[in-house]
Ligand binder design. Structure first.
Ligand code: PLP
Length: 409
């Protein structure tokens, strides 16, 4: 008899985006003549920039000639890309991260999900509420939790509510976790953490021998000079943190797939006898066993992001989305909504009018304005009464959606 992994049975049946998809398609079949504008899902809309496309083509051409053909690449990623990331994403900002500490992958979703595999089952996991659902769902799949409680929390996870009162920056947990997921700029709230706020977390992790799993997928959207782009800008962080970065939102790679994870040499975890082990060695072993690298043309395309021309082009791309966010912030505020985020992140986090439940507001917006957003409660119980708009839509659609929302009853 083959037994199923029963931990999967604990997962919430209707995952957020399928449920949105179902409601939207029901509406569309009932009203085929209405144009629905999607401001919901966190996917980019603008094409890859010219420098990236050129490098991508060259990479494909190299694969077509016997002299330059490449088979399996290094599981950790090609040296040219790892060196370029170390130089341009870290050393240029005064952060000493070396190529050997950088692992190229096909996505931060995979890496944030897979990373737990190298840590023991006895670790308690701390997760923000609301947040990107991948961290908790993969914790459940790994069997590190009990069942799902009525309020949507899984037994065994340490939840850290992020609310208006704490400006969507969680408090240090009382119960000490082994692993702490943090994500700044945040999806869904658009909140960013200052150096002082991150320093508190790094000091906490050092004091408790915990490890911070820092998701910086939206780092490129940071506009304010004083906001750190990397957790490694904080003193001591290399002893206690892993950082996840992705080309998905930075350079429009959601359909192209390239990301990287940084594990500093000095980061250690403990065995049951209290002996330390370098975490990097374990991730390297995991990747070398279960992963065969990202395709050569994609890595070549990713490296083009760091050329002078590539940087200029992706900055324009980011500026386009941030201008969308600014327009949305302005219109929604004018329309009387209470709005957060959107300044250093491509997400607007909004209070629903009169505190109506997130899904009720979703239905109202769909029925009355044919605009789709994401119900805040889908990101965790503390997201109830909030709503997320993504700034990744086309400008034209953003303007039309905002116009329609203005006339909402
Ligand atoms: C989009 C996103 C990612 C990126 O995932 P990829 O697999 O690299 O496309 C990572 N973390 C968060 C919070 C995201 O929203």
């Amino acid at each position: 008899m083959a037994f199923i992994n029963e931990h999967y049975l604990k997962l919430q049946a209707g995952y957020l985006f399928p449920e949105i998809g179902r409601r939207v398609s029901d509406f569309k079949s009932a009203h085929p003549e209405r144009k629905v504008i999607d401001m919901g899902i966190g996917d980019v809309t603008q094409p890859l920039v010219p420098s990236v496309i050129k490098a991508f083509h060259e990479g494909v051409d190299e694969m077509a000639r016997i002299e330059t053909f490449k088979g399996y690449g290094p599981e950790q990623g090609y040296g040219f890309l790892r060196e370029s990331i170390a130089q341009n994403a870290y050393l240029s900002r005064g952060v000493e991260i070396h190529a050997g500490e950088i692992f190229i992958s096909d996505g931060s979703k995979c890496d944030t999900g897979n990373i737990q595999e190298i840590f023991g089952h006895e670790n308690k996991i701390a997760i923000c509420d609301p947040v990107y659902p991948v961290y908790s769902d993969t914790t459940v799949m790994a069997g590190k939790t009990g069942s799902r409680k009525k309020n949507g929390y899984y037994e065994g996870i340490i939840y850290m509510p992020c609310t208006e009162e704490n400006r969507f920056i969680p408090e240090l947990p009382e119960e000490v976790p082994g692993l702490i997921f943090l994500c700044f700029p945040n999806n869904p709230t658009g909140a960013v953490a200052t150096k002082e706020e991150l320093k508190k977390w790094v000091d906490y992790a050092i004091a408790h021998k915990s490890i911070i799993l820092y998701d910086a997928a939206y780092e490129a959207f940071i506009q304010e000079e004083s906001i750190p782009h990397s957790i490694f800008e904080i003193e001591g962080a290399k002893r206690v943190a892993i950082e996840f970065r992705s080309f998905s939102k930075t350079a429009g790679f959601t359909g192209t797939r390239c990301a990287f994870t940084v594990i500093p040499e000095e980061l250690v975890a403990y065995d049951s006898k209290g002996k330390t082990h370098p975490v990097k060695k374990f991730w390297n072993r995991r990747q070398a066993t279960k992963f065969n690298g990202v395709s050569y043309p994609v890595q070549k395309a990713a490296a083009a992001v760091y050329t002078e021309k590539g940087q200029k082009e992706v900055r324009e791309l980011i500026a386009y989305y941030l201008e969308n966010a600014r327009l949305m912030d302005e219109s929604l505020q004018t329309a009387g909504f209470k709005v957060f985020g959107g300044k250093n992140a491509p997400y607007i986090w909004m209070k629903t009018p009169n505190n109506i439940p997130s899904w009720d507001f979703f239905d109202k917006l769909l029925n009355e304005a044919q605009v789709v957003g994401t119900p805040g409660s889908g990101f965790g119980p503390s997201g109830e009464g909030y709503f997320r708009f993504s700034a990744f839509a086309n400008r034209e659609n953003v303007l039309e959606a905002m116009e329609r929302i203005k006339h909402l009853s």
